[in-house]
Design a protein around this ligand. Sequence first.
Ligand SMILES: NC(=O)c1ccc[n+]([C@@H]2O[C@H](COP(=O)([O-])OP(=O)(O)OC[C@H]3O[C@@H](n4cnc5c(N)ncnc54)[C@H](OP(=O)(O)O)[C@@H]3O)[C@@H](O)[C@H]2O)c1
Length: 296
Amino acid sequence: MKSRIVLVTGATSGIGRHTALDLARAGHRVFATGRRVDALESLRQQAEKEGLSIDTLALDVTKPSSIEQARVAIEQATNGYGVDAVINNAGYGLVGPVESIGDEALRAQYETNVFGLLGVTRAFLPAMRQRGSGRIVNVSSIGGRITFPMMGVYNSTKYAVESLSDALRVELRPFGVGVSLIEPGAIRTEFADVAMSTVAHDPSSPYAGATADADAMRKKFEATMVGPEYVTRAIRKAVESRRPRARYVTPRSAGVAIWLFKLLPTSWSDALLGQMSGLTRQKLVGDGSAKLSLAS
Ligand SMILES: NC(=O)c1ccc[n+]([C@@H]2O[C@H](COP(=O)([O-])OP(=O)(O)OC[C@H]3O[C@@H](n4cnc5c(N)ncnc54)[C@H](OP(=O)(O)O)[C@@H]3O)[C@@H](O)[C@H]2O)c1
């Protein structure tokens, strides 16, 4: 199998870190990137302990100058070649009702998950297109196929990633560049910690009844988690296959959930998701007994 030069964004933890190691173990040359330089160094050392070599580079996907610096550094390190594959993995989750998420947090979420992904893609794509071969692998989510309440903003970024990837796949096919989406379910990484740190526990919020349930929701989410190796396997297939698939859903239970939600009438799935997230009238507004007792 031909060894490829691969760029991985968000390689300081979770899926990105495991992907960098998995691809290096498979014999590919990996440029692992991220913001936390100490975490990149620990990744490099772990690879070295295994007799592997991983190149690390600081890259904040929200900063055009950082993307350009990484592109130039990789071009120099590869004698002007660039990369064969880009794994757009950097991203995080934002939890809260759509109404309450502040403007700044909303924009920051899109800067990383959507504009960052697009910025990295556009920087590395021209060389692949001109060579007539390459791969763009975009890490989306089951939340790019099903919208979960209290995760609507995060999910909307993944829907954007799905749509952009669908367009890119057809646009780039004539140039020999493949585009794949990876759609993970619940994966054991730092994702849940980062997402939960964004929950605003405001007792005066009209949604307080639902945000109070956030920890219970997290436990349910954690009970279904699998290890990042499920995702890295899918990413490796997208990089190595002669004919990469448009979508890799993993684990299998995520595929079943997507299929079920497609079958259910919207009124049923709405009721199910509302119950699961504590978004019931009784929980948020009360059953009216307080008003009744005042009136009587
Ligand atoms: N875990 C899940 O259940 C799950 C499910 C579906 C989809 N996903 C998706 O999988 C991807 C990876 O997440 P994960 O689960 O591995 O979570 P994670 O362990 O929190 O890793 C997220 C990575 O993204 C990086 N990142 C965040 N902002 C960045 C920025 N501005 N520039 C560069 N890197 C940035 C983080 O690195 P630094 O903070 O060091 O920069 C970190 O390496 C995300 O796109 C996520 O949406 C995860």
